[in-house]
Write a protein that binds this ligand. Structure first.
Ligand code: ADP
Ligand code: MG
Length: 257
């Protein structure tokens, strides 16, 4: 049965989608069966896998609000072992529409339960907010993967993030835990980046991955080609970093089992 993981940080632009797309693609390239759920109305994980949102019959919106079976929404990507549950722009209104829905916090959880057997890992790309889509995501998963940008104010908002995780843990999902923290957009030439790494390691103790994702232009370019970076420029620093992170991730995960 799949381990289900939310890629979450309520701050925007910290590398959630980049990590979601590239880590899941690298894990799948190592033979694991992966499903990516894009529950961010911006749909960047959907386009990042080369899937055109305008050509889809169904999206995660239909799972959340139209009682459509999640299995009908699954899209096969052109990459081995990776399926996608795509986002759509309709999702932007979902936060409000969901308010009137029964058992609104656990719709995603109930849907994901029906596909868990088909995968080794399910990753959920969360929106940068603390609304019902994020609450649904945190209720549906076993753990949270937190990307943190190596920038000024890296830890700003982190206590709020940890409070949210704690809140969901006590009310909706007692088993929720932190999977790990990914440091992203590291620039080794600056003291600031190095300082942030220390600060984050200090805050999260043993939860920070040894592999650090550098700032790399190939990572920023790959989405415009609809490709995870390993299929865009396999030799780039970005591709190498996410492959290494995938190895570290799998090793830690399989040690647990
Ligand atoms: P989020 O999903 O948290 O909003 P994104 O993953 O979309 O963040 O990243 C924000 C922007 O930074 C995007 O334009 C993305 O291409 C770029 N980016 C993310 N990670 C890197 C990186 N390691 N190197 C260079 N650019 C990056
Ligand atoms: Mg994003």
């Amino acid at each position: 049965m799949a381990k289900v993981i939310a890629v979450f940080n309520q701050k925007g632009g910290v590398g959630k989608t980049t990590t979601n797309v590239n880590l899941s693609a690298c894990i799948a390239s190592k033979g694991k069966r992966v499903c990516v759920i894009d529950i961010d109305p911006q749909g960047n994980s959907t386009s990042g896998f080369g899937v055109d949102k305008d050509q889809l019959e169904y999206s995660i919106y239909d799972v959340m609000l139209n009682q459509i079976d999640i299995k009908k929404v699954i899209v096969k990507t052109e990459y081995d072992h990776i399926d996608l549950i795509p986002s759509s722009s309709e999702l932007a209104g979902a936060e409000i529409e969901l308010v009137a829905t029964k058992k609104r916090e656990t719709i995603l959880k109930r849907a994901v339960a029906t596909i868990k057997d088909n995968y080794d890992y399910v990753f959920v790309d969360c929106p940068p907010s603390l609304g019902l889509l994020t609450i649904n995501s945190l209720s549906a998963v076993d753990s949270v993967l937190i990307p943190i940008q190596c920038e000024y104010y890296a830890l700003e908002g982190v206590s709020q993030l940890m409070n949210t995780i704690q809140l969901v843990k006590t009310s909706l999902n007692p088993k929720l835990e932190v999977q790990g923290v990914v440091l992203s957009m590291f620039d080794g030439r600056t003291n600031l980046s190095i300082q942030v790494v220390d600060e984050v390691k200090n805050y999260f103790k043993g939860k920070v991955y040894t592999t650090i994702i550098p700032r790399n232009v190939r990572l920023a370019e790959a989405p415009s080609h609809g490709k995870p970076v390993i299929y865009y420029d396999k030799k780039s620093k970005g591709a190498e970093a996410y492959s290494e992170l995938a190895e570290e991730f799998i090793e830690l995960e399989e040690d647990v089992i």
